[in-house]
Design a protein around this ligand. Structure first.
Ligand code: MGD
Ligand code: MGD
Ligand code: MO
Length: 706
């Protein structure tokens, strides 16, 4: 992003036309970023609560007072209950290496606080991926132009990975076939050659079914399998349990289509699979990715440029995460509380000893993004809970804070950006000075450390010092790349191989694609969780050495008893114009997104007498939210969609889709199970003021320009 500054003020932002990957394109979320920076609603000064919890009423206080109060309360709580009564909570408000996922780790580890287990995004899928192919950056997204067969598996590229689309479109022009596997005909599915509509949470069966056909029809690359894989015979035997007919009955996909997909994928080379995050959001998400990760090796897709898997380019960035994480500060035996369990942790359902007495939130808006929303509301309403939130805006979460601290935006802070979607390391230089008294997260933790009396050198480092320490500048991936290069150009492409696995070289214990996982089998299993931030390993019970199909917990097919009350599968993918819950308060994005809406298949709507534009309540035993019904066959019968991102305080029901979502974790990697839940829909008896003709362009799959 190029920022134009006039008279000390950002006057415009635009994409960098010379950037090889983003090509000058900015998405609808950030192409008016100056409006976010200068929004009259920015939090620019520390605030203290004046109203009841949830009221969002505050008065300005000084930083000094705010820090004094936080330090005093933290010390009191630590003395009375132990420091583990303090729970940090953060996610990806910014993805910057300095101010992002790990910026608070050293502070909270030093404090002895509970560890917040961060498994919102990719933990289940990445666990399955690492078990099979290791932590490899995989196929270069840019090399997809060479691909002749591209499967976008649970990935709504046009909305969530916009800059990859031109690469795919170019491959298409060169003759590639693009297949989308998704229960929704998304705008990406609309633009593809073939949309395969699958029952939610059944992809693991499909992947094993593809292996079945590929193995039985002799479509494997014998030589590649022999030299660079482990456990083919065992995998084949496992896949025997998944013949196309059986897979068809599980997934709702026509058996002929399953066979055709397998044949095309195997024979049209190079083929690539882009794995999306939607894939992991159910009980068996991680295992499903294990099975998918077997596929490229089976058919020898890794041999050629453009073949393989696009999933974790971030593994290419040579970052020393421990510099920020400081695992050496963790006191032995410190407990871990999974972030998806926030509601339970705050309301006593986890029987925590000590109970959580203080919550410190930054880079996150849990009231919108975390499941089990009603419990979170109840927990945050506790008078005896001391809550601090560092934010740019007064969100649903800050409404419950005792103290709010002002945070800078991306144009006001120094940072170094890695990526989940390409191989460019980017230096984010501040364009303007911080507005008001806002501070970057790095400075926030320097100040907190000082207030707590922590004198360790890491709490005194400048941002530039941290940045220099954080990067492994000697890594071959950075050959020729220095800070000066980054300063001059803004970004630099990592040195990565075009065909990293043409000859095996997988970063697994055996160096091969492990159909038969040695990590799982040895009983001394090492679980690569995204816990303390980046992959941290942990011993767990031995797992099935082979990928298996774990049936979803809440579907009409797998939970008949529950389905007699709630018979629709609710999906809550990303909104096109929002970034998780970010931008949902800004006028332009709100106009584009419109009001909360739920898309339902016309047949399901008819059975419930739900009509187009009707105000409906979506509910189950966990909770409910209201939305405007949109009838469309872009969703499979039995599936409804309500995208993530709307804020509670703008909804009539003061609840959003995560009120109905479960905090149950997936079997591998403790991932969320947002796609594994049953709900029911009923028409409200009055016209909701949420009614509107505007469409959420993601849910409606429209190609309306924005
Ligand atoms: N516009 C926009 N872009 C974003 C974000 C955003 O909020 N908005 N968020 C960013 C973040 S944090 C992430 S993690 C990425 C995620 O980007 P994606 O991986 O694209 O994630 P989602 O949109 O959640 O889900 C993708 C698709 O998976 C489908 N899906 C859901 N359940 C299943 C299932 O069981 N099987 C199959 N086959 N498909 C399923 C959904 O219908 C959806 O179309 O996007 C990033 N980019
Ligand atoms: N139902 C459902 N729930 C989901 C998902 C889903 O698909 N469906 N997706 C999940 C996924 S993949 C993810 S990644 C999570 C995302 O979860 P979060 O990372 O919590 O989501 P955001 O809405 O991006 O919230 C970030 C907050 O940080 C603030 N912020 C931004 N920059 C800064 C900064 O520099 N400093 C500080 N202090 N604050 C800042 C923003 O204003 C925003 O309020 O949500 C998860 N929740
Ligand atoms: Mo995410």
């Amino acid at each position: 992003m190029l920022v134009t500054v006039e008279g000390g003020r950002v006057s415009a932002v635009r994409g960098d036309p010379e950037h090889p990957f983003t090509r000058g394109g900015l998405c609808v979320k950030v192409n008016n970023y100056a409006d976010r920076v200068y929004s009259p609603e920015r939090v620019l000064y520390p605030l203290r609560r004046t109203g009841v919890k949830g009221s969002g009423e505050f008065k300005r206080i000084s930083w000094e007072l705010a820090l004094d109060e936080i330090a005093r309360r933290f010390k009191q709580i630590a003395a009375k209950h132990g420091a583990q009564a303090i729970l940090p909570y953060s996610y990806l408000g910014t993805e910057g290496l300095l101010n992002g996922l790990n910026v608070g780790d050293a502070f909270f580890n030093r404090l002895g606080a509970s560890i917040s287990e961060r498994t919102f995004c990719g933990s289940g899928a990445a666990t399955g991926y690492i078990m099979t192919v290791g932590p490899t950056p995989g196929t270069d997204p840019e090399s997809l132009v060479h691909s002749r067969y591209i499967i976008l598996w649970a990935s709504n590229v046009i909305s969530t990975n916009l800059h990859l689309w031109p690469v795919i479109a170019e491959a298409k022009r060169r003759g590639a076939k693009v297949v989308v596997i998704d229960p929704i005909r998304t705008r990406t599915a609309d633009a593809a050659d073939w949309h395969i509509s699958i029952r939610p949470a059944t992809d693991g069966a499909l992947a094993l079914g593809l292996i079945n056909v590929i193995a039985n029809e002799g479509l494997i690359d014998d030589e590649y399998v022999k030299r660079y894989t482990l456990g083919y015979a065992e995998l084949k035997a496992r896949a025997e349990l998944f013949p196309p007919q059986r897979v068809a009955s599980i997934t709702g996909i026509d058996a002929g289509d399953i066979v055709r997909l397998a044949r095309e994928y195997a024979s049209i080379q190079p083929s690539t699979i882009r794995i999306g995050i939607g894939i992991e959001r159910h009980a068996g998400g991680g295992d499903c990715v294990r099975a998918i990760s077997c596929l490229p090796a089976l058919v020898g897709a890794w041999r050629r440029p453009g073949g393989g898997l696009v999933f974790m380019p971030n593994f290419a960035f040579p970052i020393k995460h421990e510099v920020l994480m400081r695992p050496d500060f963790i006191r032995p035996g410190t407990r871990c509380i999974n972030q998806l369990h926030l509601g339970k942790a705050l309301t006593g359902s986890l029987e925590l000893n000590p109970p959580v007495k203080a919550l410190f939130v930054f880079n996150s808006n849990p009231l919108v993004v975390a499941p089990d929303q009603n419990r979170i509301v109840a927990g945050l309403s506790r008078e005896d809970l001391f809550t601090v939130v560092s934010e740019q805006f007064l969100t649903d979460t800050t409404d419950f804070a005792d103290i709010v601290l002002p945070a800078t935006t991306q144009v006001e802070q120094l940072d170094l950006m890695f990526s989940w979607g390409h191989f460019y390391l980017t230096l984010n230089t501040p364009a303007i000075a911080p507005l008001g008294e806002a501070v970057p997260n790095s400075e926030l933790f320097r100040r907190l450390a000082q207030s707590m009396g922590f004198t360790d050198p890491c709490f005194k480092r400048t941002d530039m010092e941290t940045l220099m320490e954080l990067v492994d500048w000697d890594s071959p991936a950075l050959a020729g790349i220095t800070l000066d290069v980054l300063k001059r150009k803004g970004y630099a492409r990592l040195k990565v191989a075009l065909t990293p696995h043409a000859e095996g070289n997988f970063p697994t214990p055996s160096g091969k694609t492990e159909f038969l996982s040695s990590l799982a089998a040895n009983g001394d299993f090492v679980l690569p969780l995204f816990r303390q931030g980046w992959t941290r390993t942990e011993r767990g019970p031995a797992l099935d050495p082979l990928p298996r199909y774990v049936a979803p917990r809440e579907t009409p097919q797998t939970n008949v008893a529950l389905a007699t009350h709630y018979s629709l599968n609710l999906l809550s993918p990303k909104s096109h114009a929002l970034l998780n819950s970010c931008y949902a308060n800004l006028p332009r994005q709100r106009r584009i997104v419109g009001n909360p809406r739920v898309t339902i298949h016309p047949e399901d709507a008819r059975r419930r007498s739900v009509t187009e534009g009707a105000a409906v309540r979506v509910f189950n035993e966990r909770g409910s939210f209201e939305a405007v019904a949109h009838l469309s066959d872009i969703v499979r019968p039995g599936v409804i969609v309500a995208p993530l991102g709307y804020w509670r305080k703008f909804s009539r029901s003061r609840s959003t889709v995560n009120a109905a979502n479960s905090s149950a974790l997936s079997e591998l990697g403790n991932a969320p199970t947002f796609s594994d839940n049953l709900v029911e829909v009923e028409t409200l008896m009055f016209r909701s003021d949420a009614q509107s003709n505007r469409r959420d362009i993601n849910a409606a799959g429209s190609n309306a320009s924005d």
